[in-house]
Design a protein around this ligand. Structure first.
Ligand code: XMP
Length: 513
């Protein structure tokens, strides 16, 4: 039995913006969780270690025509359920409680008064802050339910039918602004669902290594190495599972940052020894990208060129049945694989050609970045790999708006290198999750040495985030921004203006394309 299926929570998605956040917060409690559409039939979910369900929030009102609903049979299936916000209202509505439109929207930090400090609200102090964001609210609970907490504008801030283990909270326990949220989730998972906490790095490693060994048998695996933590952890797991049947291949697509190809090559030669191959395919990629401006098309071409290069280069090394990638859960979700809208096709998910001759291996497909980092540390990978900033597979191509040309690459590389040097000098690298420069493809007037210039602005971007699903722009001190700006304009040919991107994700994404 796999670790994931030993204990599992399914989060039913009722259209919540941050449904992934619920999943992450559950996993932080060492219980595996996964997202499914709200319409998933009960019979498809029970079994396979299902310990409980969480109904997410969502933008609808239960009275709205076409609002997502739920099969009432779910409440009698003997599965503990926690409803959050819309999920809480839906539970009350379907079971015969009363949901009323609030006289005003309640939004923001709200203290709750705890009436029943048992089970769900055990160790939650009365007066604790919660994060509310709702219009409708539950005004009356169905017989069998009791009110566990109230707030000034919400008569039923939390409710429970402890016999059936059905719970609802009007607020959002998954967000940072509900400091007692982790305790509430912990209570639900361990007290109501009876979880024991099997989702642990070491258990994941053991299970994955054994699964990989079984699946691969005596065949050989080619593992794409990018230098980032995801592919390094993928290679390390494969190394443990199949030893010399693994070949790590680093393809320099010419879209890397200054000095990066050399660093990655040196590091992985040391880690993988004779099982590591480095290929320079810069010309091939630049040619394939000539004249291409559409971001999705760039990703598709890069995905395809990667595979064609792997095929051509590996042919000289013998027969490979599998190709391994460090695809993560957010890549799958954002590429439209989790039942949500496609935001951008990650090159290693939707960008692979259909006639690829290898079978895919993606051991990290269920993981978030912070989980991969924990596994990397557990595997003993060097800190410089584990803590490395993520870098998109399509490289600087998605940081150049419009066509990728050598001149534009030189500008982005130059600006990027200066930004990193200055952030490091200012001691800011630990608090910034990702930072880079973007060539935005516009021109502006400037004056340099008494002469008019008509050259390119670059945008610099730095964000803080744990999971890269949401992010805030980094509050870099003005004097550091000033140094970065002045150095870029003075040292990078063709750039005459520097802009700082102060948009969070959402509504923007981290990368510009
Ligand atoms: P966005 O721009 O979607 O980025 O907010 C989230 C994280 O994913 C990285 N990213 C990619 N990584 N292939 C990758 O391997 C891609 O196509 C890709 N697009 C974005 C991005 O750098 C950020 O860390």
């Amino acid at each position: 039995m796999s670790v994931a299926s030993e204990e599992k929570i399914i989060v039913l998605d009722f259209g919540a913006q941050y449904v992934q956040l619920i999943v992450r917060k559950v996993r932080e409690q060492h219980v595996y969780a996964d997202i499914r559409p709200a319409s998933t039939p009960v019979r498809e979910m029970v079994g396979e270690g299902l310990k409980g369900l969480i109904f997410s929030g969502g933008p609808s009102s239960v009275y709205q025509e076409g609002a997502p609903s739920i099969d009432p049979a779910i409440f009698d299936a003997g599965i503990p359920i926690l409803g959050i916000c819309y999920g809480h209202q839906l539970m009350a509505h379907v079971l015969g409680g009363t949901v009323s439109p609030g006289s005003q929207r309640e939004y923001g930090r709200t203290p709750i008064e705890v009436l029943e400090p048992d089970l769900l609200l055990a160790n939650v102090a009365t007066g604790c802050q919660t994060w509310m964001s709702h219009g409708d609210h539950v005004t009356q609970v169905h017989p069998g339910f009791e009110i566990l907490a109230t707030s000034q504008n919400t008569p039923v801030a939390a409710m429970a039918d402890t016999k059936r283990h059905l719970y609802g909270v009007q607020f959002h326990p998954e967000v940072q602004h509900t400091p007692c949220g982790p305790q509430i989730l912990h209570n639900f998972l361990y007290k109501a669902c009876g979880c024991t906490g099997t989702w642990q790095a070491q258990a994941f490693i053991e299970e994955t290594v054994s699964e990989l060994r079984q699946r691969v048998g005596k065949d050989r695996v080619l593992c794409g190495i990018s230098g980032g933590v995801d592919s390094a952890v993928t290679a390390a797991l494969l190394g443990l599972a199949i030893g010399d049947q693994l070949t790590g291949m680093f393809i320099d697509h010419g879209l890397l940052r200054t000095g990066e190809a050399e660093q990655v090559t040196a590091l992985f030669r040391e880690l993988l020894g004779g099982r590591f191959v480095a290929i320079n395919a810069a010309e091939r990629f630049l040619q394939a990208l000539e004249g291409i401006t559409d971001p999705e098309e760039k990703r598709r071409i890069i995905g395809e060129t990667f595979i064609r290069t792997f095929e051509a280069e590996s042919a000289q090394l013998g027969e490979f049945k599998y190709i391994a990638h460090g695809t993560l859960y957010p890549d799958v979700i954002e590429s439209g694989g989790g039942g949500t809208d496609r935001i951008k096709t990650h090159h290693n998910v939707g960008g692979l050609p259909a006639d690829m001759k290898y079978e895919n291996i993606e051991p990290l497909r269920r993981l978030f970045k912070d989980e991969v980092r924990r596994i990397g540390l557990e595997l003993g990978l060097p800190r410089e790999i584990v803590q490395r900033q993520p870098f998109p597979g399509p490289g600087l191509a998605v940081r150049i708006i419009g066509e990728v040309t050598p001149e534009r690459l030189a500008m982005v590389c130059g600006a990027d290198a200066i930004m990193h040097e200055e952030l490091e000098r200012a001691g800011l690298t630990d608090e910034i999750a990702q930072s880079f420069a973007v060539f935005v493809g516009i021109e502006s007037v400037g004056v340099m040495g008494d002469e008019r210039t008509y050259a390119h602005p670059v945008v610099i971007r730095a964000v803080s985030t744990d999971d890269f699903m949401t992010a805030d722009w980094a509050r870099i001190p003005h004097e550091v921004l000033a140094r970065i700006s002045s150095r870029i304009v003075n040292e990078v040919r063709g750039v005459n203006r520097v802009l700082y991107d102060i948009t969070s994700k959402p509504p923007a994404t981290i990368e510009w394309e």
